[in-house]
Design a protein around this ligand. Structure first.
Ligand code: GLN
Length: 545
């Protein structure tokens, strides 16, 4: 069947959860036996979020094929299990750079290059390209209707409804129904205005998805329907949820997927919600809890650790435990040991730059000496190696070239490596955007290692996003101190995993396992960490002081 396109726009305010809405609807369509592709179009001018600060943008999600993308793509994968690709994420900056490159090549020779049709055509090409085999393509338009920056995307999707026909395109508009306590009711006016703003650019919303903190009374639905040109049943409540994984079942109860199917004439497809019922049951059936600390630099904006937080929750679900997280600011190094008291497990997450490293190094030392279960991720692995060199091997100047020139480059700039395209070369002072080691690479695990025990196999594939690597020149010395390199790139040149041999559970990985964890397929490293933390808690009764 030809792909149907579902466009999800947002109104009234940002942060209403368009990404989650799109991901949850995709999960429900899958539950009805349809295949889905999820895409996002972001309205900013950066070519990708790779060079943006985590405080601006939150986490940068990385796909297997090495695209640096918005964190919503993480929700898409976690809810649908469908692997995102480079063809599923675009920014206005990327669209413009493609159009401008074509202009320089002479592709538009003779024409004046304009937003309409050249930019909008490029957007349309992106939306409908590479969709073979998908019953539904869900496209989220970033930003909020009314923003100047969104206009070209709205124009592109307006045109696509004409190009493809009404029977292949639906517009879903996500808005907010605020509850005003003094009036004692949910207010519909902001939604009415937002729907009008969409109409003013030629788009009539077909379904309204309304964020609200309580059920929408029938008369409010009728009012919205009347003013916004839809039927009452096309006004769907998107109720606040205490856990994001309850959203698919909530949407289903509100009739969201049924309305979408009806619109396209698929109303009799049976639905199998077993996966989501099981996920909710694993949240509800927690038999206890563990405390895990994340020692990081971006703790003021937890979106910077979006996938990590989710992966830890998945690890909890697999163990029937609730994971209570404590975020520790690595820059407040004086308090680190005190704050870590009573913690059952530690994560040293990825990061960039020298600021905050002393706090992380102290946390690593504390975890190592107190035998607290610990997972180091990317930067966390590099700092674990530096900590071992400085404190166990007395290499005082051990450092990373990321922090400037050093006599002991235990972690160094990677200037050459192999990927599927062949040899990749980088040099100091080169472009920063899109030039890290990005995407999926295989790792071979050492038989008999903790890594092998966790993964239950000896070859894995995980996603990378880093510029520096542990220097193999220090391998023998590190191993003499008990820090074993138990995962290598297949050619044996790049250390991918280190673990302490005399520690119950201390493992660090050069890649980002959190990016591949799903609620219905928790990542083994997080399942292992939560299990080890639970074992630790059993043998170390909590000091509740
Ligand atoms: N800053 C380190 C590097 O570029 C680690 C990056 C990360 O943790 N993602 O290699």
């Amino acid at each position: 069947m030809p792909s149907r396109f579902i466009f999800i726009t947002g109104g009234v305010t940002s942060s209403l959860g368009k990404g989650l809405a799109s991901a949850s609807l995709a999960a429900l369509l899958q539950a009805r036996g349809f295949s889905v592709i999820l895409r996002k179009l972001d309205p900013y001018l950066n070519v990708d979020p790779g060079t943006m600060s985590p405080y601006q943008h939150g986490e940068v999600f990385v796909t297997d094929d090495g695209t640096e993308a918005d964190l919503d793509l993480g929700h898409y994968e976690r809810f649908s299990g469908v692997e995102e690709r480079s063809t599923d994420y675009v920014t206005t900056g990327k669209i413009y750079s493609t159009v401008l490159a074509k202009e320089r090549r002479g592709d538009y020779l003779g024409s004046t290059v304009q937003v309409i049709p050249h930019i909008t055509d490029e957007m349309k090409r992106f939306i409908i390209g590479n969709t073979e085999g998908a019953d539904f393509v869900l496209c989220e338009i970033g930003g909020t209707v009314g923003d100047i920056e969104c206009l070209p995307y709205l124009e592109a999707i307006r045109q696509l409804r004409n190009d493809l026909g009404r029977e292949r395109v639906i517009f879903v508009h996500l808005t907010l129904l605020p509850y005003i306590p003094t009036a004692g009711e949910l207010k519909t006016k902001p939604t009415q205005h937002s729907v009008k703003a969409l109409l003013s650019v030629g788009i009539q919303a077909d379904l309204l998805l309304c964020r609200c903190d309580r059920p929408i009374p029938a008369d409010a639905k009728r009012k919205l329907a009347q003013f916004c040109n839809v039927h009452s049943e096309q006004v769907i409540a998107a109720l606040d949820a205490d856990n994001i994984y309850r959203v698919p079942l909530q949407y289903h109860a509100e009739g969201f997927d049924e309305q979408v199917c009806r619109y396209f004439g698929f109303k009799d497809r049976p639905v199998d919600l077993t996966r989501w019922k099981n996920v909710c049951a694993s949240i509800d059936n927690a038999k206890g809890s563990v405390r895990i600390a994340v020692v990081g630099k971006y703790v003021q904006l937890l979106d910077a650790y979006k996938s990590l937080i989710q992966a830890l929750a998945h690890g909890g679900m697999a163990n029937h435990l609730t994971v209570n997280l404590t975020f520790i600011d690595a820059e407040k190094e004086d308090d680190i040991e005190k704050t870590l008291n009573g913690i059952d497990g530690i994560v040293i997450p990825g990061g960039f730059g020298e600021r905050g490293i002393n706090g992380k190094l102290k946390a690593i030392q504390f975890a190592r000496t107190n035998k607290i279960p610990t997972l180091g991720i990317c930067f966390g692995m590099q700092l674990t190696v530096i900590e071992a060199c400085r404190n166990l091997l007395n290499i005082e100047k051990a450092s990373s070239t990321e922090f400037g020139p050093t006599e002991e480059p235990v972690v160094g700039l990677m200037t050459e490596w192999m990927d599927e395209q062949g040899i990749q070369k980088r040099c100091a002072g080169g472009d920063l955007g899109g030039t890290m080691r990005l995407g999926a690479y295989p790792t071979h695990l050492k038989p008999g290692s903790l890594a092998e025990k966790i993964y239950q196999t000896t070859t894995i594939s995980e996603r990378h996003r880093h510029r520096y690597e542990v220097n193999t020149a220090y391998k023998e010395r590190l191993e003499s101190a008990g820090l074993m390199i138990t995962g290598f790139s297949p050619d044996g040149t790049l250390p991918e995993i280190v673990e302490y041999k005399d520690h119950p559970w201390f493992i660090c990985v050069q890649f980002h396992p959190e990016l591949k964890s799903k609620p219905f397929a928790p990542h083994p490293l997080f399942v292992g960490l939560v299990k080890a933390a639970d074992d630790y808690a059993m043998t170390h009764p909590r000091n509740t002081q």
